[in-house]
Design a protein around this ligand. Structure first.
Ligand SMILES: Nc1ncnc2c1ncn2[C@@H]1O[C@H](COP(=O)(O)OP(=O)(O)OP(=O)(O)O)[C@@H](O)[C@H]1O
Ligand SMILES: [Mg+2]
Length: 335
């Protein structure tokens, strides 16, 4: 069992300048705890793939340091590669052979002993819910099945950490959910750390324990989804009352602990709070004490979209991504 505070990934002052002079990473600092799910969230061209390629030892940094479980990715690449699984952004399986044959090829590549291959392959296939289609050609698989097959290949060596570059890009919501159900159960069973890149805010929100937001080669914010949201502002409770809000009720609401501004507009009242769910019972009680009823209550909280807007100065646009999705589909069809 891993120590509670073991560090899986540690990055300091990482810079990557591509040939031609483009500065894709501009001094990245990052720390990822072992055993959790970590999301690197950022728009097109932010540097997500560049960072992941450095962490998986495929690309050398220009300067700065990166370690995976204490091993330097530039100097101890062979050792790092024994610990990691990697699913790249583009398709990494052969589509003219079966899923089983893909896993067999990867088992050879990873140097799994012939006597152990059968168990490892069927274990990974069953884990990813592909047992029934193992002998079908991959070109007959859906996009979600292909993604799960790629993950199965990466799981063959039971990695200590899995790197997934946009694991659900182009998948529909139910296929995305299935991928995450499988990944989460694998993580629970083997304590594998999961590091994924995404530009889907809801995916980072739903599935990660920690998030770092990257924009133009820099980490602009990091923390849990809740911490990030709380860091940019308060929550708002909107009340529609059954009559105009008088001074009595406004005074009572304003006097509640941890309530900020109270703004009244006829029977509509807005209350600024730190934690809406925590305040709500006392708020309802205050209304009752004044003989007033709320017809409607709604809570508005900052979203990760707001967080991104504040720290990156723009919104994450997904419209520009359609070309990539189409590209992926073409590759699936074309084999
Ligand atoms: N081999 C290369 N040579 C020069 N520039 C590159 C190279 N690879 C990537 N870049 C540039 O570096 C920047 C970061 O690219 P990267 O692929 O890391 O971004 P990303 O966040 O993964 O984007 P996406 O969401 O599109 O996958 C982009 O502007 C890209 O054009
Ligand atoms: Mg990328």
């Amino acid at each position: 069992m891993e120590g509670v505070d073991e560090i899986a990934v540690e990055v300091e002052g990482l810079v990557k300048v591509y040939e031609g002079g483009f500065r894709a990473l501009d001094g990245v600092d990052l720390e990822v705890r072992a055993g959790g799910i970590f999301a690197l969230l950022g728009p097109n061209g932010a540097g997500k793939t560049t960072l992941m390629r450095i962490l998986t030892t495929q690309l050398r940094p220009t300067s700065g340091r990166a370690r995976v479980f204490g091993l330097d990715v530039a100097r101890e690449g062979a050792k790092v590669r024994k610990l990691i699984g990697y699913v790249p952004q583009e398709i990494s399986v052969w589509t003219d052979i079966s899923g089983y044959e893909n896993l067999l090829a990867y088992a050879e590549i990873y140097g799994i002993a012939p006597g152990e291959r059968g168990d490892a392959i069927w274990g990974a296939l069953e884990y990813m819910g592909l047992g029934d289609v193992a002998h079908n050609l991959v070109k007959t698989y859906s996009g979600g099945m292909i993604r799960r097959l790629e993950i199965a290949c990466a799981l063959l060596i039971k990695p200590k950490i899995m790197f997934l570059d946009e694991p659900t890009i182009g998948l529909d919501p139910s296929a995305r959910k299935l991928v995450w159900d499988k990944l989460s159960s694998f993580k629970r069973e083997y304590g594998t750390t999961i590091f994924f890149n995404t530009h889907y805010m809801d995916e980072a929100d739903l599935y990660s324990d920690e998030i770092a937001i990257i924009n133009a080669g820099r980490i602009v914010a990091s923390g849990s989804s809740g911490e990030l949201k709380r860091s940019i502002g308060k929550e708002l409770i909107l009340l529609s009352l059954d009559g105009p809000a008088g001074d009595g009720v406004l005074g009572r609401i304003g006097g509640l602990g941890s309530v900020g501004h109270v703004i009244a507009n006829g029977s509509e009242v807005s209350v600024v709070v730190e934690d809406a769910e925590a305040v709500l019972p006392a708020l309802m009680e205050a209304l009752r004490a004044e003989g007033i009823q709320a017809r409607r209550v709604s809570i508005s909280k900052p979203t990760l979209d707001d967080v991104f807007l504040k720290y990156a100065g723009t919104r994450i646009e997904s419209a520009g991504r359609m070309s990539e999705v189409r590209h992926m589909r073409r590759r699936i069809r074309g084999g």
